[in-house]
Design a protein around this ligand. Structure first.
Ligand code: PLP
Length: 510
């Protein structure tokens, strides 16, 4: 009957929740180890010890010798080191063979190199983003000095046969740079076994903190520092190390075996999601490969005829967070370069969503996500969602498009509780006469003073063909008790009067 609104984060490729052990470790380091690891006294030696311990732990997670690990500020920086590495190539080998589906952190780096005189040769992905190693061999030119291919694609989850590609690069005497950001924690990563020369990683994709990444540099691979300044990181990367972040990264790396142990189950959940979506919407198109060639929790789906920005907003309203493409491109109007390079039209790319499930997705969460997709994309909205008082946050109150109905039984002068901002007051007993004032195409939040009337009216509206319905449990009274500060800030005495002293728009609080 009723369905309680849940929050299910399905954008794990954008970032991940910082794990408890990571938070604990970071707090310890922040509280007790503030010395600069490069300084010459005891406290600094302790900090330097934490740094080298973290290096060993991350190295162990990817099977690398510790001295091959360079800590950076993020994977974007790790990829940008190519700007200093590429000029070390011989004058005769200044062509770069690359995967055009790379993350912008790599693509922009490559475009910068092109401006410096390097020639760029894109590989040709198929409709599911795959690039066969044979294609690398066939596209090879004598002047190629560098091969660039990610291990897993952030938008589709497509996996690449890095080991064979590295073998081809080695056979041609070329270097291989691999962005392994989306592989770590999702599939086993062994940099020595796959034979890459350089590999980039990011802590926040494996439940670590934001603002720290790493670069693996194979022993003997040419390297020139990108960041100039002090002699940190064996003079390979200047800048005082963010020790708390690095310690957090190492703590997250320790948990990789646990993440990998959940991968099979996650794969099955992804399959269940795909099967359910296909059954509900036979016209949808799955842009990700089958399980054996894909990250366990990622799927890219096109729902022809829809606009992903709108669908994302509707899913978000129901508590399901998904993405349209790379998080770095959110807010841009351009369709995803990944999808268009795979052969989708601009319209198809704009009708595509990326769902990247977290490892810990519960069965209940998955069922909820499937139900919400069904309702949002069928436009039926077969259920009414319940919002608990603690869930009525500023974001919900001021959500774009939201239409708030505030049911009243008494005239204005007898209101016990102030109305919500921008809400529309309707008399409970004659709501039927006001249907023409209630828009059908907007999400509707039904509220009342004490919680009795809102569910009744929400279900009445559902019968009248309204689809995106939510009601506030326990009414405005419950909300006032649960969130007195929000009530004081945002509830208004007189509907329609904007200059009430207690009413302040978010972000404009003095
Ligand atoms: N490479 C890939 C494949 C990514 O998915 C991302 C982030 O989304 C990055 C690089 C950039 O990582 P960071 O946020 O650490 O700069």
């Amino acid at each position: 009957m009723f369905r309680f609104r849940r929050q299910v984060y399905c954008d794990n490729n954008a970032t991940t929740q910082v794990s408890k052990t990571v938070r604990k470790r970071m707090r310890e380091v922040l509280a007790h180890c503030y010395a600069n690891p490069s300084s010459p006294y005891k406290m600094a030696h302790q900090a330097a010890g934490i740094l080298s311990d973290a290096r060993e732990r991350l190295a162990k997670a990817i099977n690398a010798p510790p001295q091959t690990i360079l800590f950076t500020s993020c994977a974007t920086e790790s990829n940008n080191t190519l700007r200093a590495i590429a000029p070390l190539l011989s004058d005769k080998r200044r062509a770069v063979l690359y995967n055009p589906l790379e993350h912008p952190a790599m693509l922009e780096t490559l475009f910068h190199l092109r401006e410096q005189g390097f020639s760029m040769i894109p590989l040709t992905p198929d409709r599911l983003g795959r690039i066969r190693p044979e294609e690398v061999g066939q596209s090879w030119r004598e002047d190629v000095g560098l091969l660039v291919c990610m291990a897993a694609n952030n938008e589709t989850g497509t996996l690449y046969d890095i080991k064979r590609m590295a073998g081809i690069a080695r056979a041609h005497g070329a270097l291989f740079f691999c962005d392994m950001v989306q592989a770590l924690g999702k599939i086993p990563v062994d940099v020595q076994d796959c034979g890459v020369d350089y590999a980039s990683f990011s802590a926040h994709k494996i439940h670590g903190p934001k603002g720290v990444g790493a670069l693996y540099i194979r022993e003997g691979a040419p390297f020139a520092p990108f960041m100039l300044g002090g002699h940190q990181e064996e003079a390979r990367r200047a800048g005082t190390e963010g020790l708390h972040n690095i310690a957090g990264f190492a703590a997250a790396a320790d948990e990789i075996p646990h993440l990998l142990s959940m991968a099979d189950e996650l794969r099955l959940k992804r399959e269940r999601f795909v099967a359910a979506i296909r059954e509900m919407f036979p016209a949808c198109v799955i842009n990700s490969p089958a399980a054996d060639e894909c990250q366990p929790g990622t799927v890219s789906v096109t729902f022809p005829g829809t606009a992903n920005a709108v669908v994302m907003g509707q899913l978000d309203y129901c508590g399901v967070s998904v993405a349209a493409g790379s998080a770095c491109n959110t807010g841009e109007d351009a369709p995803s370069h990944v999808l268009t390079a795979m052969g989708l039209s601009r319209e198809e790319a704009r009708a595509t969503l990326r769902i990247s499930f977290p490892h810990a997705l519960s069965d209940k969460d998955l069922r909820y996500v499937i139900a919400v997709f069904g309702e949002v994309l069928s436009g039926k909205g077969s259920r009414v969602t319940v919002l608990q008082p603690s869930q009525l946050t500023e974001e919900v109150l001021f959500a774009p498009d939201i239409f708030i109905i505030d049911l009243r039984r008494t005239p204005k002068s007898e209101y016990l509780l102030k109305p919500l901002p921008d809400s529309k007051q309707f008399p409970f007993f004659s709501i039927g006469k006001h249907l023409h004032e209630i828009p059908k195409n907007r999400p509707i939040l039904v509220t009342c003073e004490t919680g009795y009337d809102a569910p009744v009216v929400a279900y009445y509206l559902k019968r009248k063909g309204y689809t995106r319905l939510t009601f506030l449990m326990w009414g405005i009274l419950g909300w006032k008790l649960a969130q007195p500060q929000l009530y004081a800030r945002f509830a208004r005495q007189h509907p329609g009067v904007e200059d009430d002293s207690t009413h302040t728009q978010p972000g404009k609080l003095s």
